[in-house]
Design a binder for this molecule. Structure first.
Ligand code: AMP
Ligand code: MN
Ligand code: MN
Ligand code: MN
Length: 277
């Protein structure tokens, strides 16, 4: 069985529509797919219908941007009820925060002589749910940089002018709302926060304490040693293991849909938490 429990559509910063994402999952022999767009559930209905037609098991998900000790940390809500009142409210609140952050990013880019980025990013996003990748694509389009990678390196990545300090909801609040909406809160890509191993452990400890239940022991392609190390952390803090590609678009071999591999034996998979009832 191929599980991929972390993937994006163009409802957030992915390239494929929810339907095309499901079609790609089918071609790549994925058996169980979770759609986990950033701070939105907008693609879930379309993806769920497409998955049903394709005979693929679908898991409704979301990837929340949250704050933990002034750091941005991503928390997946897996197997959520996307219509849950409080979840819907929190999603709306995140949209407001995303939009005001987008205004700040645009002001800063404007001051550097790159005008029109808010309108450009909004058009590329196709909604008000604007992320840094939409700014990056706009900067490429407007000829300010030659690639999305260069846009992050120069203007949007960590520590750069467009890396506006996050004002997301706290990790604890987000874990709570995921759980109320029937979901499993799962710590996304723990190795991508530039934390030392001991800081990752502190994060995992707090996450568990606040009601978190899962951790991505596999994110994209990574070495077996890194996977085993994450499995040890999962075991130490009593967290279930998850695996996801973090797919955003075709032609990125390190995050191809369904290519993250399976969990090492002995792990307690996160899906046991919803398959058991
Ligand atoms: P945001 O949600 O607006 O904070 O944007 C974060 C998103 O930007 C991530 O989910 C990635 O999809 C993308 N991203 C982050 N860093 C890079 C990078 N160096 N190059 C390309 N995309 C990136
Ligand atoms: Mn993204
Ligand atoms: Mn993420
Ligand atoms: Mn992601």
């Amino acid at each position: 069985m191929i599980y991929d429990l972390h993937a994006h559509s163009n409802a957030s910063d992915g390239i494929l529509s929810p339907e095309d994402l499901v079609a790609r999952a089918k071609v790549r022999s994925v058996d169980v797919l979770a759609l986990t767009d950033h701070d939105t559930t907008a693609g879930i209905r379309a993806a769920s219908l497409a998955a049903k037609a394709a005979g693929l098991t679908f898991v409704a998900g979301i990837e929340f941007s949250t704050q933990w000790h002034k750091r941005g940390v991503h928390i997946l809500g897996l197997n959520i009820d996307p219509g849950h009142d409080q979840l819907v409210e929190v999603v709306q609140e995140q949209h407001r925060r995303r939009l005001s952050r987008a205004h700040l990013i645009a002001e800063r880019l404007d001051r550097l002589g790159m005008a029109g980025s808010l309108e450009g990013a909004r058009r590329i996003a196709g909604s008000e749910l604007i992320g840094r990748p939409h700014f990056a694509r706009y900067l490429v389009e407007a000829g300010h940089v030659t690639s999305v990678a260069a846009a992050f390196k120069k203007y949007l990545g960590s520590g750069k002018v467009g890396d506006v300090a996050p004002d997301w909801l706290s990790m604890a609040e987000v874990i709570q709302v995921i759980r109320r909406a029937g979901g499993v809160a799962t710590l996304a890509h723990p190795r991508k926060y530039n934390l030392t191993r001991s800081k990752i452990c502190t994060l995992a400890d707090h996450f568990k304490e606040e009601g978190g239940q899962g951790i991505e022991v596999i994110s994209g392609t990574q070495t077996p040693e890194d996977t085993l190390d994450m499995v040890r952390i999962a075991e130490r803090f009593g967290l279930c293991a998850s695996a996801g590609s973090d797919f955003h678009m075709p032609d990125q071999p390190w995050q191809e849909l369904g290519a993250c591999g399976s969990l090492p034996s002995g792990c307690t998979p996160v899906w046991q938490l919803w398959q058991s009832h």
